[in-house]
Design a protein around this ligand. Structure first.
Ligand SMILES: [Mn+2]
Length: 371
């Protein structure tokens, strides 16, 4: 498991690469050209500059999150072919600087959805919260709240310019059923697979967050069955999954260890975080620690370890601690994610030690610490 950290780039993140270097075990930066809107061309020199800046600090730049997919591709408009060409061009350019994995999502209109970005937790920290009852027919209020909550930062998937056309977007998606959206995703991936094969890039779709349809919009990557349907429909190792425990974990019926076991060979990136679920369908993001939420992260790390997981992982979102919400991106503070890294790596290191110890003991020739 290669531990990474999502960074939004110089001037677009309150956290610096020098700060990230001090978090033990983080070997890679998950990056993107965040000023690019979906469908826009990524210039070679911009890609190179970003990757070089990351590598200069000793990090790998092998994971990009995200190259956003244009709505015309999701809707299935005739103009999609042009946008798929642009996407393919970006894939080629990213491979040239050593990118191996692209994390993307295929959610209509909205990226992840929450109703409060600074929900107070009993310990005095705050975190992203989803109130089921307040997701009604009208998404305008929620969109405004999230844009406002980002402060000086634009939140990926919540670009004010795009969301200013919310009614237009909803109208464009009016005929996009779950089946159509799925077909459009398959079409997109089938066009990209030859390019991915040629340059060694793995597409790793991020599950829908939360893991159910919202505002009448279909969500197609939300469970073990829907993931299986997608991986089978485009049965190519370059069509893979970002396993996100926080997104899939919003639905208590999702068996997270079983999802890892079934798709272990197609998981290239793991987002490991915890959510606390309430009986009414609300949920809040909490610390990574076992017992603080409904996700058993030590068990997920154990299953990843048991299956020899060699892909990338990151702590995903965290709570905002010690007042950092005044300056950090919602969900992307420094402290709780750093705790997350250490917690996850602590479990992993413990498993490595146990394995080594078992091998030595079974050998009948116990030489602990001999090497
Ligand atoms: Mn995630």
């Amino acid at each position: 498991m290669k531990m990474t950290w999502r960074w939004y780039g110089e001037g677009n993140d309150n956290i610096t690469l020098d700060q990230i270097r001090q978090i033990p075990g983080v070997s890679g930066i998950v990056w993107s050209l965040h000023h690019k809107t979906a469908g826009e061309v990524w210039e070679e020199n911009e890609i190179l500059a970003e990757a070089e800046q990351i590598k200069a600090k000793g990090f790998s730049a092998a994971v990009v999150e995200s190259v956003n997919v244009h709505d015309d591709i999701k809707i299935g408009l005739p103009s999609r072919d042009r946008y798929i060409e642009v996407y393919a061009d970006t894939i080629r350019k990213l491979a040239a600087v050593g990118v191996e994995v692209i994390c993307y999502n295929f959610m209509p209109v909205f990226d992840w959805t929450r109703t409060d970005l600074y929900y107070p937790l009993p310990d005095g920290s705050n975190a992203l919260f989803y109130e089921k009852a307040s997701i009604s027919a009208d998404p305008h209020g929620m969109a405004e709240m999230i844009i406002r909550g980002g402060g000086d930062f634009t939140i990926p998937g919540w670009e004010p310019d795009r969301l200013a056309r919310l009614d237009e977007l909803f109208a464009a998606y009016a005929d996009v059923t779950e089946a159509k959206l799925f077909d459009n995703l398959v079409y997109f991936l089938q066009k990209l697979m030859p390019i991915c094969e040629e340059c060694g890039i793995k597409m790793a779709i991020h599950p829908d967050d939360p893991a159910w349809p919202i505002f009448g919009l279909p969500r197609i990557v939300r469970s073990q069955d829907t993931i299986r349907r997608l991986l089978n429909a485009v049965d190519n190792p370059h069509n893979g999954l970002t396993f996100c425990s926080g997104s899939l974990g919003t639905n208590p019926h999702n068996d997270l260890p079983a999802i890892i076991r079934e798709f272990k060979d197609r998981i290239y990136f793991a987002h490991l975080r915890n959510v606390k679920l309430f009986d009414n369908g609300d949920f809040v993001e909490v610390s990574h620690k076992l017992g603080d939420g409904n996700v058993n992260l030590p068990e997920l790390v154990r299953v990843l370890h048991e299956n020899g997981y060699a892909g990338y992982a990151r702590p995903d979102h965290g709570r905002h601690l010690w007042g950092e919400e005044a300056r950090c991106r919602p969900g992307y503070g420094l402290y709780d994610r750093a705790f997350g890294v250490m917690y996850l790596l602590g479990v992993w290191d413990g498993l490595e030690n146990a394995e080594r110890h078992a091998a030595q003991t079974q050998g009948g020739d116990v030489r602990v610490g001999a090497e």
